[in-house]
Design a protein around this ligand. Structure first.
Ligand code: PXG
Length: 288
């Protein structure tokens, strides 16, 4: 595997970052997780847009233009002959001193890894996930805005540990008001009647790219889509529930906090959206 670091390619053994990089010392940096399907990078422009928005929010100047970043991602895929897989794009604050001050970091580092990913075992996609709500609440907008895809993922990791301790693969995170925000690495949707509902971005959810695609697919299929605050009660009494994310794609949820959702099996609307999503991934994206 060839890994891109600051314009050069390194073997896995030689792809190294300084221990003085503030990405490591403080989680000071940003990232994106992107998928390639069938020789195309899916929603690349949207991912690069979000990367630049995250950078702006943390006052980090990415040393490449938008177009150069797109070219670097595609080139890394090409060099690795990646046609289907997962791309991790990381921008760190760079090498600095043992002190918080980011002004001591001379130059941000750009890292691109083109590899494989499978987040959940295949059987979960067929049978559906059982998930739980966890005590760790989603970051406050006024503290560390959850829209920033930063290298500081401890909020999500703590929730993931709590899910794992409860025997689950994924956790529902509430916001400080007690409304549903999202999961640790996925956005959440429910189906109620003929409506698809997902928490609004103000709930503390990441501006998920898969979330956006699913909203579009549902609207195109004539469904009404609402972004409204959801409580746990709303989840328990939904007809269907599923999660969306670049890694997980669309994954059905069949039990939440011990309550069976709908029929206890992946529902028809979830299945039809899964199908539409897979069809779209095969035909759209930036050619590698
Ligand atoms: N919420 C959070 C907190 C995320 O980190 C999503 C929602 C879904 O967003 P997208 O844009 O991917 O639809 C994410 C994305 C991993 C991994 O390695 C995590 C994500 C994506 C890809 C891989 O665990 N999280």
């Amino acid at each position: 595997m060839k890994i891109y670091i600051d314009g050069k390619y390194y073997s896995e053994q030689n792809a190294k970052i300084s221990v003085f990089d503030h990405g490591l010392l403080y989680g000071d940096g940003i990232f994106e997780g992107i998928r390639a399907y069938n020789g195309r990078v899916f929603k690349l422009k949207e991912h690069i847009d979000r990367l630049f928005y995250s950078a702006k929010a943390i006052l980090l100047t990415i040393p490449l233009t938008h177009a150069e970043m797109i070219r670097a991602v595609v080139d890394t895929c090409r060099r690795n002959k990646l046609r289907n897989g997962y791309i991790r794009l990381v921008v760190t604050r760079g090498v600095g001193t043992l002190g918080l001050n980011p002004n001591k970091c001379k130059r941000p580092s750009v890292i691109i890894i083109a590899d494989k990913i499978q987040l959940y075992p295949a059987e979960y996609y067929e049978r559906g996930l059982e998930i739980i709500t966890v005590p760790t609440v989603r970051n406050l907008h006024s503290a560390l805005n959850p829209a920033i895809k930063s290298l500081n993922y401890l909020n999500n990791i703590l929730a993931k540990i709590e899910a794992n301790n409860g025997g689950c693969e994924e956790a529902i995170m509430l916001n400080a008001q007690g409304f549903v925000a999202e999961c640790t690495g996925d956005n959440l949707f429910v189906v109620k009647g003929d409506r698809l509902v997902t928490p609004p971005l103000t709930s503390g959810a990441l501006y998920g790219i898969t979330r956006g695609v699913v909203i579009q697919l549902a609207q195109r299929a004539g469904m009404s889509v609402a972004e409204t605050d959801l409580t746990r009660y709303d989840l328990f009494n939904a007809d269907e529930c599923f999660l969306t994310g670049t890694g997980a794609e669309l994954i059905p949820v069949v039990k939440i906090d011990g309550r069976v959702i709908g029929s206890g099996k992946p529902g028809p609307i979830t299945k039809s959206l899964v199908q539409k999503y897979h069809e779209l991934t095969q035909v759209s994206g930036e050619p590698i």
